[in-house]
Design a protein around this ligand. Structure first.
Ligand SMILES: [Zn+2]
Ligand SMILES: [Zn+2]
Length: 146
């Protein structure tokens, strides 16, 4: 593990470590993130622009290579009412690797909370860019839609 902490920011050297940053962050929310999925475009690319609205509970990602826009998880249900804002790293870059984490209700496969984690390939800053209550019934299906 090579996560570094500078001030209040985490920096990591690979996408795999977004998971660890989300786990750490989720402890402050009290719903521990237990299952994770890395976002990958159908074209094979794993770098995206990210738009999200954590009040409406919606996020979409836009592939930096093919331009395909995809609603993350069940966001397509909420995106019409959302005011999506483009995420930007403190370094100014708007391109991220994205990993989604979910917390489940105890002893069920039902989702309770969702976390959108991002790593900036430019400066390595890794953080949770949004988290909200999610009531999807089958986390495996939800993570397939990441
Ligand atoms: Zn693509
Ligand atoms: Zn950055």
């Amino acid at each position: 593990m090579s996560i570094r902490k500078k001030g209040k920011h985490y920096y990591s050297s690979s996408q795999a470590e977004i998971m660890e940053v989300l786990t750490d962050y989720s402890q402050s929310v009290k719903y521990i993130a237990e299952h994770f999925k890395n976002a990958k475009c159908e074209c094979g690319t794993s770098q995206f622009k990210l738009l999200l609205d954590d009040t409406a509970g919606a996020a979409t990602r836009i592939c930096t290579k093919c331009g395909n826009e995809h609603a993350i998880g069940d966001s397509s249900n909420y995106v019409d009412e959302a005011e999506l804002e483009e995420c930007e790293c403190p370094c100014g870059s708007e391109i991220f690797e994205i990993t989604v984490g979910v917390s489940l209700y105890h002893d069920t496969e039902d989702v309770k909370w969702i976390y959108i984690g991002c790593r900036c390939p430019q400066c390595d800053l890794t953080a949770c860019y949004g988290d909200w209550k999610n009531e999807y019934e089958d986390y495996k299906k939800l993570l397939k839609l990441v």
